[in-house]
Design a protein around this ligand. Sequence first.
Ligand code: GLU
Length: 464
Amino acid sequence: MPWPNLFPQIYFGRMVYNIPMNSPVRVRIAPSPTGYVHVGNTYIAYYNYIFAKQHNGTFIVRIDDTDQARHVADAERVIYRLFEWLGLVWQEGATIDGSPYPPYRQSEKIDRYKEKANELVDKGLAYHLDGAIYFKIQPGDPIVVHDLIRGEVVFERKNLKDFVILKSNGFPTYQFATCVDEIDHKITHVIRGEDHLSNTAFHVLAITALGGTPPMYAHMPLLRNTDESKLSKRQGHVSLQWYKDEGILPDALKNFFSLMGWSHPEQKEVFSEDEFITHFTFEKFRSRAPIFDLDKLRWLNGVKIREMDNEQLFNTLSSYYQEYDQNAYQQISANPQYSIRVVGLAKERLQTLKDFWPQNKYFYNEYQVPTKESVAKFISDDAVLLQYRDAVIALLSDASLAWEKDELDAKLHQLQSSYGLTPKQAFMTLRLIVTGESATPPLFDTLEVLGKDTVLGRIQAYLP
Ligand code: GLU
């Protein structure tokens, strides 16, 4: 049997896509300004951005703001600010002077949508009913959507109903406005969430009816929580703002997005954006829903933190705290040379920028004297403790002692054994008294960075 009879719905009369493969790539993200930026939309925005960059194309931000009821003042600015934070650079949009096909806000195109809807009425492709305008599904061949991830997806016309393109209040529907915009903005590839796959049949029909050529599509699987439920407001953290507030690095979040549905050819998990751009293809993209695992993101963020040199990390931390915690910022930035050394010790234990201050504030003016009970866990006899303390003070005050970790390590070990204490007793006690914490970077490094005056001062002030 010849091919056409095996797959008649695909091989007979399919709609033809004739966007030349060599025309410059133009993609768009079309967020609705509802007040927060969904991390799932951001992941999709990122793939649009990457695809454009990979093809020397244009990444466009279009604002889908026809739904006035949901419109939140200032929300558009929030979108731009957060995209900028993440480093998603767009070349066209309402904020970019000289963008060639304005407007880029749907609310500024209401008349154009009306005019286009009426044109379809005049051509007999749409009709008025109850004050609205409906697009008429004509009988005909199945509609084939060419999807870069899913291949050809076929829609039978008998399963489609006539749909509203202009509402009775004069506003276009999403279904229609998006089609007019795809044509006006000369979009070549629509990369969006798979929740829009079923809309695509309407879009192909409407774009064709409007005289345009349907773009290529890539419908990306939606992110899932670790229990495989859809990432929604109720579960997990869906707002991009949350990731910024939490001290996730843009590079870590983008690297994490790139692992959602795609694998590096060498199975690497940590790589740069340039490397991603070199290797990425939609053909290798899995359509199975990717799991957005926050623990993995935190781990990746820690790796990216440790990839930075101390000075870079110090600068990143100070900008973070400048925005989020004035007290921490002032203390960290008061002595950059000192803080760079602190950062060098602290970075091993950081997963987020937000971890830095609570884990390391004893390096600053936020030292908390440890409780008697916490110290007594290691040396319970007050007399022994006092004797040991005085011996440590005598040792550390000695002017001939070099204040350097190897020297401190050697001398304090000698003292510990001569007092008959276990290393754990001696050094946990010292750690607690000097930092107020039981978990810190290696003790002798910590003493070295804290400096002689601070260390002696805290020990002298400690009374069991
Ligand atoms: N404003 C729509 C959304 O955020 C755009 C969908 C599309 O990309 O066509 O779901």
